[in-house]
Design a protein around this ligand. Structure first.
Ligand code: NAD
Length: 909
């Protein structure tokens, strides 16, 4: 059987929102609005048909032995070299064998289907067994043109052969006609296009039906024998009407991908065919046409092998991995449609010595390094001496391909001074799995995406272009693995050990399960007593939770000690150290209730509650803190209660103990600071046996402990920067509670203490909480009392005190907007302000108007990250934006240059 044996695709990650084209140029060409739906794929500045072809081919070769390829055909109408075989570059990048045929198929949009028929027939002839046909295009158009809207960039690859066939080739039919709907003269950059109506009617409208009917006649089949129909036609309506005219029901017609990617030139028939294959089941029959100076039609039947094809990106995966942009100017810059000043650094000589390129061909184009025969150490580049200091063997290196080896970011930098089409230039070192390192550029990412340890994959990209001599240089760059950054940001507790007290039920159980699910090894402590702490206790509560954790693949150990005794606390911590060797996280959660109105609150009930909550936290935290100090790392969560923070009738003992825990946290946060131990407090609301008789039944139902757990898990995470804060949390609602101090009033003088009458007279001022502040510690609070802020401090926090609050700045932002300076400006700023007064706001400037809203915008052009005090100082005119930027106080993400508009667009100060 002969036919398709594998497929692969590559659509660049960048997608240009077509409305951005219209917004930029609609004033000039209003009619382009008609096709301004969805988005078109767009090459990054370092991508072209060759790089896309390499990526599509690699996708196609997944799970296949590339050494079995006998030929590689590259089809495209936008190849960078007119006389240097482009397929040869792709072959070198793929590090294919030398003894094979490579060929460029070009000069027509149907080049790919022609190459495919040639390949299939060559296999039929028995001369060759395995051929890859890769099609790739990135068509240039002038700005503000329908074709700029219709076209997209992309590449698709198919292998054909006589084994493991996934779609059997049943036959083809071709038409060759010198029909010139468009052409590009040899010395021209852009196509010359004939009238659209004529192209639709005399071109697609006549030639596609003719080739399809020609195939039907040749093979003796009809539309009844076709399950999916593939042909390119970027006129959406004609695309549908041609199918209808051929008798195909709408479900048979494969979408022309206008909304999601645009027409990818010579690659488009393959692209749509692959989209059909991705949804196909064995037995499905697919008819694919290519169009251009005539047409080709090919007929396939999908086989059972399609179900065995190893996973790949394909069209669906490529479409899913995207970054949409509405930065039309970026598109213009990347396509060389606007001429920007690149600075004198860009004038450095870029000539490539082709002799050197030939000598280092495998290294540069194939990313081939060396691996020592003696000690198996890989290294890049290959060298005469093994890099392993223990080995140091001479001439021991065999070729070693790095292109498909998994790698991680080891170091990185964002360089605004280096010449780059898309600053900042991001580069650094990657560490390959199994050994070997290389200094490379990072691409297809923003600086904020990169972090040390992030998994990256190597991708073939343009390194630079020697415009003077018309030469394109290629090399490999690192691209973050899709989804890896999000995965890396997931809060995980691998290698961490946690103690959760009172984890046999309620909230503690939810915390323990979630910690274990995220990789922590957990000590599940629970005495197993009654709700009021009475009774002997039982091991069953803790055991049950440990069993649950183990059943879902986690690690946990039970501990039945009583937190209310010093020995109990010691034992709990010892269980962690003896079983797991360390302790990183402690959640003081165990609790009982003994409610009584205060007069009836006898010492026994008072003491029992104090012992479990306040003393219990002391007993466990002291040895825990000792262990954490050793590691230089720790996360502690105390459990307070609304009863303690705000008061609750009948709970004096509980309220006092719970507020005592806040006091314990306040000082522990200071003592833990230098050991990276963060201490925070949760005030939960959750359904448990402690609340079953105090909560209304409907509330009880909704208050699952799982809705509190996320906050506690966050506070236990490595990325938690908070320390000394209290968070109310329940039913998915969260807020922060804090002790605030009002403004100071000075009365009397050093020789004369003030009188009670003076207190009375000044009561409203003393009692005022206007501008109340949180205090870092007792000294700050005392200082604020006896020496109110002088107003000249340089710290962010004191600046924040001086300059009012961040929300107020955003409230006033619309008024300080200078509409007259905003002509032609269309930008969205995202502000991420850290610190107590911080939060997220965004500001949309469009059509000479400014709107400000709280929260995160989906598509900000420029993200500004600052501490609250620095932000207030900047917006108050005390800190120039440039100084803030160069001193690292102002971090800018996305379109860095847009940030300069801030000073232009707003009255600062
Ligand atoms: P819960 O009764 O379901 O869980 C508390 C667990 O602590 C029980 O399994 C109990 O056996 C264990 N425990 C009691 N005394 C112990 C001791 N001396 N040593 C070891 N373990 C002991 O109650 P919950 O609602 O999950 O409460 C958890 C924590 O949250 C408590 O500190 C409670 O005060 C606090 N809290 C809960 C709410 C709420 O709405 N549920 C509100 C505010 C505060």
């Amino acid at each position: 059987m002969i036919g398709i044996t594998s497929y692969g695709a590559y659509i660049p990650r960048l997608r240009l929102d077509r409305m951005a084209i219209f917004q930029g140029m609609g004033w000039f060409a209003p009619a382009i609005m008609m096709v301004a739906q969805g988005e078109r794929s767009m090459c990054n500045w370092d991508e072209d048909p060759i790089t896309m072809a390499v990526e599509a081919s690699r996708d196609c070769l997944r799970g296949r032995d590339k050494n079995k390829l006998d030929a590689l055909y590259l089809a495209s109408t936008t190849l960078p070299f007119a006389d240097r075989q482009n397929a040869g570059i792709v072959s070198a990048a793929l590090n294919l064998r030398d003894d094979m045929i490579t060929a460029d198929h070009t000069s027509s949009q149907k080049a790919a289907t022609t190459a495919l028929i040639t390949a299939l027939e060559s296999i039929q002839g028995g001369q060759r067994h395995n051929i890859m046909v890769t099609a790739s295009d990135s068509r240039e158009t002038r700005t503000a043109y329908f074709y700029e809207m219709w076209f997209g960039d992309g590449a698709a690859a198919l292998t054909v052969g006589d084994t493991d066939v996934i779609a059997e080739y049943k036959g083809s039919y071709s038409l060759s006609m010198d029909f010139v709907d468009h052409y590009r003269g040899a010395d021209k950059k852009y196509d010359y296009v004939w009238e659209e109506r004529w192209t639709r009617d005399a071109g697609y409208g006549e030639i596609i039906p003719k080739v399809v009917n020609g195939l039907f006649d040749k093979l003796g089949i009809s539309m009844e024998d076709v399950d999916r129909l593939v042909y390119p036609c970027f006129f959406k309506r004609d695309h549908r009407s041609i199918a209808a005219g051929l008798g195909a029901t709408p479900e048979k017609l494969v979408d022309n991908m206008h909304e999601v990617c645009g027409e990818t030139g010579a690659a488009h028939s393959f692209m749509m065919f692959i989209a059909a294959l991705e949804e196909a089941k064995p037995g499905d029959r697919i008819l694919m046409c290519g169009f251009g100076q005539g047409a080709n039609a090919l007929y396939f039947e999908v086989t059972d092998n399609i179900t065995k094809l190893p996973g790949r990106n394909g069209v669906a995966g490529s479409l899913a991995h995207k970054k949409s942009t509405d930065n039309y100017l970026k598109w213009l810059k990347f396509r060389g449609l606007i001429n920007t000043e690149m600075g004198i650094r860009a004038e450095a000589p870029t000539q490539t010595a082709t002799s050197v390129l030939w000598r280092k061909n495998k290294m540069i184009l194939g990313l081939v390094g060396g691996k020592c025969r003696e000690c198996n150490t890989p290294q890049f580049p290959k060298a005469d001496i093994c890099v392993n200091p223990e080995c140091g063997a001479f001439h021991s290196q065999e070729d070693y391909e790095f292109a498909d080896v998994e790698a991680k970011v080891k170091t990185y930098t964002g360089d605004l001074l280096a010449v780059s089409v898309d600053p900042p230039a991001i580069y650094g070192m990657v560490q390959f799995e199994g050994g070997g390192r290389a200094v490379v550029d990072f691409t297809d990412c923003e600086l904020e995406d990169i972090r040390v340890g992030l998994p990256v994959k190597m991708a073939f990209k343009r390194k630079g272009v020697d415009k003077e001599r018309g030469f394109v240089n290629y090399f490999w760059k690192a691209v973050p693995v899709p989804g890896a950054a999000a995965e890396k940001d997931r809060i995980r507790f691998d290698d961490r050990v946690a103690v959760v007290t009172g984890a046999g039920a309620g909230l503690g159980r939810a915390y323990a399960l979630e910690l274990a699910k995220r990789g922590a090894r957990v000590v599940v402590n629970d005495l197993g007593g009654a709700r009021d702490g009475s009774g002997q206790g039982s091991s069953s509560a803790a055991d049950k939770v440990v069993d649950e954790i183990k059943a879902s693949g986690g690690e946990a150990v039970a501990n039945y000690d009583n937190v209310a005794t010093p020995e109990g606390g010691e034992n709990i911590v010892r269980t962690a150290l003896d079983t797991f060797g360390r302790l990183d996280i402690l959640i003081n959660n165990a609790g009982i209730l003994r409610d009584k109105s205060f007069i009836k609150m006898d010492p026994e009930n008072w003491k029992a509650v104090m012992d479990v909550h306040l003393n219990g936290a002391y007993h466990v935290t002291r040895p825990a803190m000792d262990a954490m100090k050793e590691n230089g790392y720790g996360r502690i969560v105390m459990t307070t209660s609304a009863a303690g923070l705000y008061g609750n009738f009948g709970q004096t003992n509980y309220s006092a103990a719970k507020m005592g825990l806040v006091g314990l946290m306040n000082t522990l946060k200071l003592e833990g600071k230098k050991y990276n131990i963060k201490v925070n407090t949760i005030a939960p609301i959750a359904a448990s046996r402690l609340t079953e008789d105090v909560m209304p039944p409907e509330l009880f139902e909704k208050s699952k402990p799982e809705f509190v757990a996320p906050m506690v898990i966050y506070l236990c995470g490595e990325n938690c920067r908070e320390s000394g804060a209290i968070f109310n949390s329940g039913m998915g609602y969260f807020n922060r509670a804090a002790i605030l101090t009002g403004p100071t009033v000075a009365l009397g003088n050093p020789d004369n203490p003030p009188t009670p009458e003076q207190i009375h007279e000044n009561w409203n001022k003393i009692n005022s909480m206007d501008g109340a502040k949180e205090m870092e510690d007792a000294n700050t609070a005392i200082f604020a009392l006896i020496a109110p802020p002088a107003g000249d401090s340089q710290t962010a926090e004191s600046a924040a005190r001086e300059d009012g609050d961040v929300q107020a700045v955003f409230d006033k932002m619309v008024n300080s907007f200078k509409a007259d300076a905003a002509a032609g400006v269309d930008v969205i700023f995202q502000f991420n302000i850290s610190g107590p007064g911080g939060g997220e706001w965004y500001c949309v400037i469009k059509d000479l108007a400014c709107t400000v809203a709280k929260g995160a915008h989906e598509k900000p052009a420029c993200t500004i990250k600052m501490a609250d005090g620095d932000f207030l100082a900047m917006m108050g005119g005390k800190l120039p934006a440039m100084q803030a930027f160069t001193s690292g106080k102002l971090l800018i993400g996305g379109d860095v240059m847009k940030s300069q508009l801030l000073e232009k667009l707003f009255v600062i100060g």
